[in-house]
Design a protein around this ligand. Sequence first.
Ligand code: 16G
Length: 251
Amino acid sequence: MGKIDPTSPVPKYFQLREILLDLMEDAELPVDAPIPSERELCQRFGLSRMTVRQAVDHLVSEGRLYRVPGKGTFVARPKIEMPLRLVSFTEDMRARGLEPGARDLDRRTMPANAHLARVFDIPPGTGVHVIERLRTADSEPMAVERSHIPATVAPGLLDTPLSDVSLYDVLEKRFGVVFDAGEQTIEAGIADSADARLLDLARGSAVLLLQRRSFMNGTCVELAVSTYRADRYQLHSALEIPRRNRVVPRQ
Ligand code: 16G
């Protein structure tokens, strides 16, 4: 097991954080296992209570540990990597071996305001379906999704039950909508009280706010405005090498 190096310029709490992360990676501390108590950690690593608490607080706020009042601190599940591909929630969850779910929260058709009219390139006042659903993975709430789809693209869509059903599947099978391009904006946010309740989060928790536009033949067909749990999702992306740094192979 790692040791704290008192001569290192790396703060001691950070060293302890690294040691605990290593233990989690080596599966010595598997998911849902309790970590040693503050007192044990102080004794084992010769650290003050304040330093130990700082390391543990960090890991809790990073979503790597979770606290159960009166019981202790436990190892959290690894976060899900947010797909940067145009896949449906259903497809993504199934690929991870999780059971996708959708709970219908609200559905209505509303006249397009100026913003929606611009996004979909339709006259203001034209009908737009708004479908609000709570998405779950193995019954655990993960995201609140609000999909906007021009009514002309999918007339009668709201008559279809959309609980525990893939919207993209319905769009393809019933309305011939197959997306061929997409773009997405992701930003940090704070859960409002309604989303916090739905997502089983404390009010004011960090969330990821996503706006996705999905296109077919150059026309935007879906605008999804979604709130994802930041304690369950992380972003990972490959990095492109800028042209100036590319290694030119020798002849
Ligand atoms: C994804 C999409 C969402 C879409 C949903 C359909 C985001 C970031 N992504 O979650 O736009 O409505 O898939 O999933 O919002 P479904 O086919 O499983 O209903």
